[in-house]
Design a protein around this ligand. Structure first.
Ligand SMILES: [Zn+2]
Length: 283
């Protein structure tokens, strides 16, 4: 039995219009991906699909300046050594947190200006504020370093207080062994506050020749004398001590600000990783 006229029309017209619409949609979709788009856009057929301007990576973490608005002044006692030895592209780097094994004993690090002078609460009652931030930056340096493909790890002693320096778990013991086998040992620190602190910079290792990673860190952060305070225990065992800055002022304020804290730690870590990467690449 033949279909009534209106049904026939409907059967034909509906699929045809869907088909036409699909073709048009397909053309428009392809146009957005193809050079044709620019012609069409030129005729106001389509909204231009130029990619959005890339977000500047340094937006929240500007390049280090001297003095730096975040980290403060560089060491007021500068050194004049140069790190010239090239390093392998696969240089093993181990990052330590300064004072990680020396809490509640001599050499436990600075409480920082906020706690010591302004009587604010420590970030964590089991450790000095310096160690609290050393840990944060250490972890972030390793995380970012791995992201960039560096051969980087963290070492953290299993206890916060280890009285015997020669205990194999201490930063010093680990550094001595690792430095002897060619690992680059970097220990994160925040210096004391003014007038006791010195400022940002690298106190380089004493037990080996200085290399281009030492040089790169010194160029970025500042350069302490190699025999600072007559040669510290860490550098004698192969540790490069990186003083990020004095724990005071803008640096401490931003670290302690719950809103700005994470971004500040990331920015500091990014600066360290950038310097490590530059030292390896120029080698
Ligand atoms: Zn320290």
């Amino acid at each position: 039995m033949p279909l009534p006229d209106w049904m026939c029309r409907r059967r034909i017209t509906v699929p045809a219009s869907i088909g036409l619409l699909s073709v048009l949609a397909l053309v428009l979709a392809n146009a957005a991906e193809s050079p044709l788009n620019y012609t069409l856009a030129g005729r106001n057929w389509l909204i231009p699909t130029e990619p959005p301007a890339p977000k500047p990576k340094t937006e929240s973490c500007p390049t280090i300046r001297n003095p730096d608005p975040l980290m403060g002044p560089r060491t007021r006692l500068p050194g004049n050594w140069k790190g010239l030895d090239p390093v392998s592209a696969n240089l093993p780097i181990v990052v330590m947190a300064g004072h990680a094994d020396s809490q509640n004993m001599d050499g436990s690090g600075t409480p920082g200006y906020a706690v010591d002078v302004r009587n604010e609460k420590p970030m964590d009652s089991s450790m000095r504020d310096e160690l609290f931030w050393n840990f944060k930056v250490q972890q972030e340096v390793v995380r970012l370093g791995l992201e960039r493909g560096l051969n980087i790890t963290a070492y953290t002693p299993s206890a916060l207080t280890i009285h015997n320096h020669n205990d194999p778990r201490t930063n010093w013991s680990q550094a001595k062994r690792r430095s002897e086998r060619g690992e680059y040992v970097l220990e994160i620190h925040f210096d004391a506050y003014s007038p006791y602190g010195f400022g940002s910079g690298l106190i380089p290792a004493i037990n080996r020749r200085l290399n281009r990673v030492d040089e790169s860190l010194a160029q970025a952060f500042g350069r302490f004398p190699r025999n600072f305070r007559g040669g510290l225990g860490g550098p004698r065992r192969g540790i490069g001590i990186l003083e990020i800055g004095m724990l005071q002022g803008e640096l401490e304020k931003r670290l302690r600000d719950p809103v700005a804290s994470d971004a500040t730690v990331t920015c500091l870590a990014e600066r360290v990783v950038n310097a490590l990467e530059r030292g390896i690449k120029t080698a």
